[in-house]
Write a protein that binds this ligand. Structure first.
Ligand code: B12
Length: 148
């Protein structure tokens, strides 16, 4: 069974290129990707995760307002009874910032993993393989997937 991941850009953010690249890379790696697109509300992420019985929710934000857009997100996930890994990545703060501070801030908000805008899709794939316990053969292909 393929592992389903929800992918989208939160809030009023319309930057689409990053999630398009991530979608292609994740699909090629064997994940079932539900791309909810840009300008997606918290509720739409939660509804998609529920409807598709997803195992991970990947939130992208580029325009600098991720903190405001994600406030209360994990409370909604919990209220919906979802058990999902949550990742966030992109340009998560306005202007220059200390990324370790940014990482700590988003981890405090409940995200399992926080990625900066230099992140290659391979890093996200490796993290998902680890967190969702996806076994990968030496040739890089998914060999089998362990049931949680
Ligand atoms: C193209 C672009 C636009 C286009 C977007 C077109 C479109 N529909 O996509 C347009 C012109 C519309 C635009 C508008 C704006 N933009 Co703009 N834009 C850019 C630009 C030049 C490139 C973005 C891009 O496509 N990168 C290429 C992709 C492949 O990279 P990426 O998006 O970073 O994604 C990768 C990683 O970040 C990571 N990643 C991303 N998300 C996630 C999520 C997870 C879970 C993981 C693991 C990884 C991950 O993986 C991706 C693939 O490698 C950047 C500057 C830059 N060089 O990044 C500014 C930039 C993002 N924009 C910026 C701003 C401010 C805006 C506006 C607010 C400007 C304005 N005042 O109107 C508006 C916002 C509009 C809106 N509602 O979203 C700022 C954000 C500043 C900040 N965060 O501090 C930037 C950084 C420019 C800058 N230096 O000031 N923008």
């Amino acid at each position: 069974m393929q592992k389903t991941v929800i992918l989208g850009v939160i809030g009023s953010d319309a930057h689409v290129v990053g999630i398009t690249i991530l979608e292609q890379a994740l699909s090629t790696s064997g994940f079932d990707v539900v791309n909810v697109g840009v300008q997606t509300s918290q509720e739409e992420f939660v509804d998609a995760a529920k409807a598709h019985d997803a195992e991970a929710v990947l939130v992208s934000s580029l325009y600098g307002h991720a903190k405001q857009d994600c406030e209360g997100f994990h409370e909604k996930i919990e209220a919906a009874g979802l058990d999902v890994a949550t990742y966030i990545g992109g340009n998560l703060a306005v202007g220059q910032d200390d990324f370790e501070e940014t990482r700590a801030r988003f981890e405090d908000m409940g995200f399992d993993r926080v990625f900066d805008s230099e992140t290659d899709p391979e890093e996200a794939i490796a993290a998902l393989n680890e967190d969702l316990e996806v076994a990968v053969a030496e040739d890089g292909e998914h060999e089998r997937r362990l049931e949680a």
